[in-house]
Design a protein around this ligand. Sequence first.
Ligand code: S3P
Length: 446
Amino acid sequence: MSSETPHPLRSANSPRLKGRVKVPGDKSISHRALMFGAMALGETVITGLLEGEDVINTAKAMAALGVRLERWNDDASWHVNGVGLGGFQPPAQTIDFGNSGTGARLAMGLLATSPLSARMSGDASLRSRPMGRIVTPLEGFGTRFDTSDGGRMPLTLHGAQHPVPIEYRLPVASAQVKSAVLLAGLNAPGATTVIEPEPTRDHTERMLQGFGADIDIGQADDGARTITVTGHTELQAQVVEVPGDPSSAAFALVAAIISDDSEVTVENMLLNETRTGLIVTLEEMGGDITVANERVSGGEPVADVTARSSGLSGIVVPAARAPSMIDEYPVLAVAAAFADGTTRLQGLHELRVKESDRLAAVAAGLKANGVAHDTGDDWLEVTGGRVAGGGTVITHLDHRIAMAFLVMGLASDEPVTVDDGNVMATSFPGFREFMEGLGARFEDAG
Ligand code: S3P
């Protein structure tokens, strides 16, 4: 699987990466800002929105539901005129979420308790991803789904006419599932509770609080987190400043660590502790990272994060850390390929159902570039040191596979090629130019 006109891209050994940069806005917060703004009363103003393909598809989805959105070109701010609870219009056509699991799954929650039907689809990657994890809890509200084989997209959602609130214990550590249930609860009468045994990113809870939802966070008897929304409280429009995406910053930070004589600072990066697993892990491996100018912006902790060339050592990364770095494993595997000794990554079952089977895609990329490794169902061991490179990596419509292996090529002996650089526009438009600005060497490869 690759984009319609695949664009192979190659990166080559690039010492002396230097710079102070900002990365595009956080993808998770960007989707939520558009959706919560769409559901609120009044005009939500968003600055720093990620204008990658995934988020643009969410903006188009909101427009298809009757929401008026406008981008002001002078300051790149987005203005969303919300329709209020129950105010969405039935979409005239199939809504296309492209590559975005977050867009599709959160939108299912958003629409589950509205009395309308909506047909939803996406690209080949999204159509292959499991939707049962969303469909099952939403059916509890009274929502009905006509899905394709295996509970997949394309699917038609029929919103509940008379929704009933639910209590739901998450069977997988997934912020998307948590968020879909909470969003459905906003338009159901009474209390909807999600019980979360393993903490996942908490942007939905934080932002819903900011938008004035009736939301309570507590603890179950067994210590699990509980999040309860009481429905039928209107959200109020907000000003949202989207901080830099740590999952995008990860590529520049790892590049600085593995390349000789390098120092890169990413300014205004989100430092929410449900997202900092990679920073913790790189520090444990011996990565030279400093965090400065810590502050709170738009209800989220942010900081300027600097990474410098460092010798890394292999470690065991605990499974419990997985939710706080779930999107960073491809680039962590690349860092591990340059570390002395063996790094063991475990608790990786969810990587199998991301934009690609990321465990398989990472293993294939390591193999193509001569990196010793071993994998099991939900673990990966990488034995690092020097990386030969010289391989071609299949991206399978997965932006993070493309960026991670282009980072590998910046420090390997021979260049690394990815079969399709176009897929990076999903989350990081301009990634090539951004990295070239730091001194990275890329070339078209076909
Ligand atoms: C996201 C949650 C994670 C993550 C995805 C964004 C979100 O997915 O991988 O990129 O914004 O809620 P899961 O909830 O499936 O773990």
